[in-house]
Design a protein around this ligand. Structure first.
Ligand SMILES: [Zn+2]
Length: 270
């Protein structure tokens, strides 16, 4: 599928899902890895030849810097900080086999992320567009390393936003033309409805698209909307639950739905 899904698991569930995983996952005693590399806080394990690993590591370090600068949060990955392990499988068969005992709920998905007690783990199948899956899941991993919690819709909206390559992220995201077309023909966003989703299984394709739309709108509509998202994330980062964003922005942006529509109806300014 074009869009990847993540396992959003709490630490406690992750421990349960991956019980004993630290021993099992140590180098050389599981999987049939053709190559293992490490750079800049990312560990790569690949079942196939992986000559481009340095380029991918550079791209992910840039992604980490972009997330920090665009959202105003401190991303981790420096010396002595938690790392992210990226497992690249040659086929869905080997991916599903690997996950069957470790995170069975992820085995039927095209890619997934599991936050373990020691590492953030990303599992991806090699295919034509596998780097999109990696950017999506690594965004989840970086957010979960930095933030004590994050609403499901915002977690997915940010992952979909940052899954696009840097050069197409703002202007040419695959969802942009669909959302612009929808608002032109009368569709209206409903953040309160989106905030009611509690589980990934509740998220439909349209919810991913709307989640992306809110992230794109907040980041780019105005300085005020951008600052509002940053303040909201800063409160989460400092472990101060800010409540649903729909309530949080009621005073400063009382008619956010209309502003969302105007934003996607107007010509692109960036
Ligand atoms: Zn996701």
């Amino acid at each position: 599928m074009r869009w990847s899904l993540s396992l959003r698991v709490t630490l406690a569930i992750a421990v349960a899902l991956t019980g004993g995983m630290r021993g099992v996952e140590s180098r050389g005693d599981d999987g049939d890895w053709a190559e293992i590399h490490e750079s800049g806080g990312f560990i790569f394990r690949s079942e196939r030849s992986f000559p481009e690993w340095r380029q991918v590591a550079d791209e992910l370090q840039t992604l980490r810097d972009d997330i920090a600068s665009e959202l105003g949060i401190r991303t981790l990955g420096g010396e002595g900080e938690p790392r992210i392990q990226i497992n690249l499988f040659k086929s869905h068969r080997t991916y599903a086999r690997h996950l069957a005992s470790r995170a069975p709920a992820g085995a039927s998905r095209p890619a997934c992320f599991v936050q373990g007690p020691d590492l953030g783990r990303v599992y991806v199948v090699h295919h034509e567009d596998w780097k999109t899956n990696v950017r999506h899941e690594v965004t989840h991993a970086l957010l979960h390393q930095s933030l004590p919690f994050i609403p499901l819709w915002l977690d997915e909206g940010l992952a979909v936003y940052f899954e696009a390559p840097r050069e197409t992220r703002a202007q040419k995201h695959p969802y942009l033309s669909t959302v612009r077309w929808q608002v032109r023909f009368g569709w209206r966003p409903n953040l309160i409805d989106l905030e009611s989703r509690e589980d990934l299984s509740d998220m439909r394709m349209a919810d991913y698209r709307q989640s992306w739309g809110w992230v794109e709108f907040l980041l780019h509509h105005s300085d005020e909307s951008n600052q509002l998202l940053r303040r909201y994330l800063a409160e989460i980062e400092s472990d101060t639950p800010p409540g649903p964003l729909s309530s949080y922005m009621k005073d400063s942006m009382p008619d956010s739905g209309s502003a969302f529509v105007r934003h996607f109806k107007s010509p692109r300014r960036y």
